[in-house]
Write a protein that binds this ligand. Structure first.
Ligand code: NAP
Length: 248
């Protein structure tokens, strides 16, 4: 149970849902955790206590991933405390689902700037350190929506497909520096993001999933543990779907 002992993991959007499960999963394996949140200060405080209770060091930082300077601060504070970054998990994301006909420019901009801009901002802020270390692992949270497309998600699909392109290019760019870059594509996972959908939409989703259930945040966290582990040392530029067969 100490696979990641003394490793330093940064997780964006750790306060809720999948990010929270990833923080807990790595802390259970004894990694020290840096996590960010944007609006959910109470949840962040609760999580920080829970993580500390697992016997690891924790840094909880408020930072809006849309803002490059705030992301730079996250990296600077991490280096001040831990002097190193082993794993960066870009998880923060939002949805603003609407048909294209009803979509406002703000809906487009908010989603692209948070989901895709956030991945650029955090990774750009961290990359010099990873290159100097000649070691590192980046995991980016995409979605099946970025692979298969989902109606009423043109903004979200575009952001998540963009993350896949970004990750493949970066994987080629930094492979010689012993830095791996991979992508995780969840299907429908049991978090606030999915639970805020109407009952009718949720019913339709469940019917479409061959395993007839939502995924659990911990099931996404498990794949992140694998991708960040030595067992995945030869895997880079890869995209792994965790969707109960939804996109088959
Ligand atoms: P969630 O429960 O809504 O949590 C979203 C997380 O992102 C929160 O911690 C939130 O922080 C953070 N966040 C949002 N905007 C931010 C910003 N501007 N700056 C910093 N942090 C921000 O969502 P989730 O379901 O766990 O989703 C996590 C990731 O998985 C997202 O990238 C999402 O697109 C992806 N995903 C989810 C599903 C699913 O079915 N749930 C499926 C495919 C992909 P605050 O609450 O502190 O603001």
């Amino acid at each position: 149970m100490d696979k990641f002992k003394e490793k330093i993991v940064i997780i964006s959007g750790g306060s809720r849902g999948i990010g929270r499960a990833i923080c807990l999963a790595f802390a259970k394996e004894k990694a020290n955790i840096v996590f960010t949140y944007n609006k959910s200060a109470d949840e962040a405080l609760k999580l920080a206590k829970e993580l500390t209770g697992l016997g690891v060091e924790v840094l909880s930082l408020q930072a809006d991933v849309r803002d490059y300077n705030q992301c730079r601060q996250v990296i600077e504070n991490t280096l001040k405390k831990f002097n190193r970054i082993d794993i960066l998990i870009n998880n923060a994301g939002i949805v603003r689902d609407k048909s294209l006909m009803m979509m406002l420019q703000e809906d487009w901009k908010d989603v692209i700037e948070t989901n895709l801009g956030g991945v650029f901002n955090m990774t750009r802020a961290a990359i010099t350190t990873l290159l100097k270390q000649k070691n590192g692992c980046i995991i980016n949270m995409s979605s099946v929506s970025g692979v298969a497309g989902i109606a009423r998600q043109t903004n979200y699909s575009a952001s998540k497909a963009g993350i896949i392109g970004f990750s493949r290019s970066l994987a080629k760019e930094v492979a010689a520096y012993n830095i791996r870059v991979n992508v995780v594509c969840p299907g429908f996972i049991n978090t606030d993001m999915v639970n805020s959908l109407t009952d009718n939409i949720k019913k339709g989703i469940l019917e479409a999933i061959p395993t007839k259930r939502l995924g659990e945040p911990e099931e996404v966290a498990n794949v992140c543990l694998f991708l960040a582990s030595e067992q995945a040392n030869y895997i880079t530029g890869e995209t792994i779907k965790i969707d109960g067969g939804l996109t088959l």
